[in-house]
Ligand binder design. Sequence first.
Ligand SMILES: NC(=O)c1ccc[n+]([C@@H]2O[C@H](COP(=O)([O-])OP(=O)(O)OC[C@H]3O[C@@H](n4cnc5c(N)ncnc54)[C@H](O)[C@@H]3O)[C@@H](O)[C@H]2O)c1
Ligand SMILES: [Zn+2]
Length: 341
Amino acid sequence: MKVTVNTPNKTYDIIIDKLPQITIDSKVAIITNPKVSGLHINYLTNKLKAKELHIITLPDGEEYKNWQSIEYALDRLFDAKFDRNSTLIAFGGGVIGDMTGFAASIFLRGIKFIQIPTTLLAMVDSSVGGKTGINNKYGKNLIGSFYQPEAVYIDTHFLSTLDKREFAAGMAEIIKMAVMFDKEFFENIKKGNLTLEEMIKRSVELKAEVVNQDEKEKGIRSVLNYGHTFGHVIENLTNYKTYLHGEAVAIGMIMANELSRELGLLSEKEAKEIKELLEKHNLPTDFKIDDVDDFYNHFFLDKKTADNKIKFIIPEKIGQYKIVKDLDENLVKKVLKKFER
Ligand SMILES: NC(=O)c1ccc[n+]([C@@H]2O[C@H](COP(=O)([O-])OP(=O)(O)OC[C@H]3O[C@@H](n4cnc5c(N)ncnc54)[C@H](O)[C@@H]3O)[C@@H](O)[C@H]2O)c1
Ligand SMILES: [Zn+2]
């Protein structure tokens, strides 16, 4: 299965299949972490032919998605005399993907890179669309670039070793895509009609369509933030410890749905269907807010809250999104109160 991404500066394929034989006629560095490498590096290197192969291992974890890791990786590339023709391979989850893309975008002003995502979230979300970046003390993903890969290879073989919660977190992003854009897809997930590959493919296709229209998130790409405006606050309030990102997004979708209900849009029946589908996929859907005012103020910490206006992405119905701005503070707080402890 293949999905093509078409941005103004680059066209490339996302291949969803068993990893093919890959031959690269230049120096190649695989950037990975000890966990992914320990589990799967042989599977990859057995399929890879390069002029010269290096493996750069960065520590595992969101807390290492920083300048220090980038500098370490770049130093290794200089040590090995990488040049403009060299290629990087991101081999891991979204953390490795974002860092490798960023390193590729700045090394000698930009070299080629390939994404081989190994988490479900990276397969359906972070490896698609060319956002790269790192965190710093001011926040998450505040430093980075839009930089598209040469290709993305999605092989579900890697998911056999993925933690159950991590898998569910990826499912949250898949369900998000279905609720925003594709009712039939939603129904098919619900009925269990699709293989994992088929779900990944449809999700990637939908994301690619969005990216093709709006690579730099000036408009429709922001629809991918359904569940995220609320989810980011939840992640922040719980110090990024209680919930995986996808789990916080699942709760955020429930909150966005409540907002849509309050605006008289989403039906009770469909809100319930979304909740049930999330729960069926082992995602949390409940959260108790201790302080509604404090929760509300947290919206303004989000870098996407431009000009102090909160933008909410909500489903009008399943398969149809709506972007709402300039909502009355009291209305939003009324919704938040429904989640008050
Ligand atoms: N660029 C984008 O558009 C975009 C979109 C969404 C998320 N992101 C970023 O992605 C990151 C989250 O990605 P993630 O959820 O993949 O987290 P992650 O990269 O931290 O991976 C989660 C955990 O799973 C482990 N792992 C990876 N593959 C495995 C496998 N096959 N088997 C067993 N364990 C495996 C990792 O080592 C890690 O411990 C965040 O930093 C987020 O900002 C980026
Ligand atoms: Zn997300």
